[in-house]
Design a protein around this ligand. Structure first.
Ligand SMILES: *[C@@H]1O[C@H](CO)[C@@H](O)[C@H](O)[C@H]1NC(C)=O
Ligand SMILES: *[C@@H]1O[C@H](CO)[C@@H](O)[C@H](O)[C@H]1NC(C)=O
Ligand SMILES: *[C@@H]1O[C@H](CO)[C@@H](O)[C@H](O)[C@H]1NC(C)=O
Ligand SMILES: *[C@@H]1O[C@H](CO)[C@@H](O)[C@H](O)[C@H]1NC(C)=O
Ligand SMILES: *[C@@H]1O[C@H](CO)[C@@H](O)[C@H](O)[C@H]1NC(C)=O
Ligand SMILES: *[C@@H]1O[C@H](CO)[C@@H](O)[C@H](O)[C@H]1NC(C)=O
Ligand SMILES: *[C@@H]1O[C@H](CO)[C@@H](O)[C@H](O)[C@H]1NC(C)=O
Ligand SMILES: *[C@@H]1O[C@H](CO)[C@@H](O)[C@H](O)[C@H]1NC(C)=O
Length: 486
């Protein structure tokens, strides 16, 4: 299959970095150079040391479910050290075997038991059980031992979230109660004092049919973020606001620029950073790759909150620095190069586009002899992040529905726009650029770490790559070249 070939190609082309900057959508690597493997992740701050611990679903190529829960630690939320499996699948176990679903893990410290408690969405492979799993460990990194998998106050439980109120330390579970007609709610339910079981329902978000819930708490407000249910396809994440967890909660509102589908990501967790200069809120989303789940990316972005308007917005930055001590977010400067100044060859051409930069977009990058070339690019001689702003019009199909919208290959939705990126004609160092579908007229970006030569005479050439059916690159609006990190 063409797609597997591409995956192997990607591994070879991947560059090893341990960045201090946060680059949403990049291929994140840990301190050992491996892909950060903690999908649908959550971050727990160790109270003693202030260290951040990232827990998430461990996924490898070819595996369907039950990879267990991996754990990483970091002092800066950008450099991640792997500590192996916090929760290891056990063969033949009724709830945590490799055939079971272990999704959206969260970890919280229980003062009462003196242990770390892990909770997650526990299920079998057909989502027929709809339970919440519970495991415990003495050490934050584990190993966690399985305690139980239960139905929350007797109900069903699907996508799972956990929230701790910083004002009183009380913990709450958030969960959608599945897709059945009687379900389609999201529950907010308090834990008992020891966080060993659920206590009582605090609020039910009735029949909105949302999932992937998380709560952001400010001094004045609670904002509950959730995504719509579109499987692994991204959608416009919404938030509700309230003064108190029991409500009344506001109408839901969209948290990112309309039709960016939350910058091609799904909600899952949010983190409050109590910095010395300011309190910063981070959105920790997933950019799923529905065919190669193990290759899914992380979209972590600052959230801007406007209490007077009772609103919040997730803010895009291609590359940013987050000082976890002060809480200050600094976007990194970049220089833009526009399609209107690029040269085209083969079937590629420049087309009028009212939504694009300078009203022009490069399109028709079909087949690997059709290219768009940006010239005169200033480089530093050191690895630099380059963001590719693109439009992929193959949008809006749903993989599980029959029929043939354009973004599907043989009835299955998959990533169709893939480009080659070649710097200064060095074909042997070609990088592969995945360009996930966007709405028509919506331009999003995706990054690569490139080596440009020092000086202003670099070229970046973009061509179409094989996607399993044909050669098609997305339309290119511009590229932005960022300063090197040192
Ligand atoms: C919390 O857990 C501790 C340790 O197991 C136990 O001694 C205590 O009774 C528990 N508290 C409650 C309220 O259940
Ligand atoms: C999952 O659990 C449900 C409910 O017990 C059951 O009907 C279904 O057959 C199970 N699926 C698998 C794959 O065991
Ligand atoms: C807890 O885990 C950390 C990181 O793996 C390790 O350095 C430490 O020794 C462990 N502590 C205990 C008490 O096992
Ligand atoms: C779960 O809650 C819904 C309402 O939110 C209710 O209609 C349904 O019967 C409950 N299911 C179970 C198994 O308790
Ligand atoms: C925030 O941090 C300051 C010290 O920088 C501390 O005094 C304060 O209690 C913290 N607030 C919360 C809610 O954690
Ligand atoms: C370019 O396309 C041809 C087939 O049209 C293929 O044989 C060749 O491998 C492709 N080159 C790259 C770099 O993908
Ligand atoms: C700029 O690069 C081109 C090849 O891309 C080369 O032909 C040309 O000589 C270079 N110019 C300078 C001033 O280095
Ligand atoms: C699509 O389906 C056809 C007919 O079943 C098959 O010949 C072809 O290889 C498939 N293409 C892909 C990309 O899977």
């Amino acid at each position: 299959m063409g797609f597997l070939t591409l995956s192997s190609q990607l591994l070879l082309a991947a560059t090893s970095v341990s960045a201090k900057w946060i680059i949403p959508g990049a291929r994140w690597r840990d301190t050992a150079g491996n892909l950060v493997n903690a999908h649908a992740g959550s971050v727990t701050v160790d109270q003693g040391t202030g260290k951040f611990f990232l827990f998430g679903e461990y996924k490898v190529e070819g595996q369907v479910e039950g990879g267990g829960v991996s754990v990483y630690s970091s002092d800066d939320l950008a450099t991640w050290e792997h500590h192996g499996q916090a929760l290891e699948p056990i063969e033949g176990h009724p709830y945590i075997s490799k055939e079971d679903i272990i999704q959206r893990p969260k970890v919280v410290y229980s003062k009462g038991t003196g242990k770390y408690h892990m909770w997650w969405h526990a299920d079998n492979s057909t989502y027929g059980e709809l339970l919440q799993g519970f495991a415990q460990a003495d050490n934050i990194t584990g190993p966690y031992s399985f305690v139980d998998a239960t139905a929350p106050l007797g109900n069903w439980s699907q996508d799972f979230g956990l929230f701790v109120d910083y004002k009183d330390g009380r913990a709450y579970a958030l969960y959608s109660n599945g897709d059945r007609k009687e379900g389609r709610d999201v529950y907010l339910t308090s834990y008992n004092e020891n966080i060993t079981a659920l206590d009582k329902v605090v609020h039910r978000f009735d029949k909105y049919d949302l999932e992937a819930p998380t709560i952001v708490q400010t001094d004045k407000s609670y904002f509950a973020l959730m995504s719509h249910k579109t499987g692994y396809r991204p959608n416009n994440v919404v938030a509700f606001r309230a003064d108190s967890l029991s409500g009344p909660w506001s109408q839901p509102f969209i948290v990112a620029p309309l039709n960016t589908r939350t910058f091609n990501s799904q909600s899952g967790f949010t983190l409050r950073i109590n910095g010395s200069a300011k309190t910063t809120y981070l959105y920790l989303g997933d950019q799923w790759d529905s065919i190669s789940l193990w290759e899914s990316r992380y979209i972590w972005l600052p959230i801007s909150i406007d209490e007077s308007r009772k609103s919040l917005e997730v803010q895009w930055h291609d590359v940013y620095d987050l000082d976890v001590k002060t809480g200050v977010v600094t976007p990194i400067k970049g220089k833009s190069y526009y399609a209107k100044d690029a040269t085209v060859s083969g079937d590629a051409f420049l087309q009028e586009a009212s939504f694009a930069s300078h009203g022009v977009i490069a399109t028709g990058i079909y087949g690997n002899d059709s290219k768009v070339t940006f010239s005169g690019i200033q480089g530093s001689g050191k690895p630099q992040w380059v963001s590719f702003y693109y439009q992929n019009t193959d949008d809006m199909g749903f993989g599980d529905q029959p029929g043939g919208t354009p973004d599907r290959i043989n009835g299955t939705w998959q990533l169709r726009r893939i480009s080659s990126v070649v710097v200064n004609g060095k074909v042997e160092e070609m990088e592969t650029l995945y360009q996930r579908d966007t709405h028509k007229g919506i331009v999003l970006s995706t990054p690569l770490l490139l080596r440009l030569e020092k000086g202003g005479n670099n070229t970046v050439e973009i061509g179409g790559l094989y996607n399993g059916q044909d050669f098609k690159g997305a339309d290119v609006d511009r590229i932005v070249v960022y300063e090197p990190e040192e």
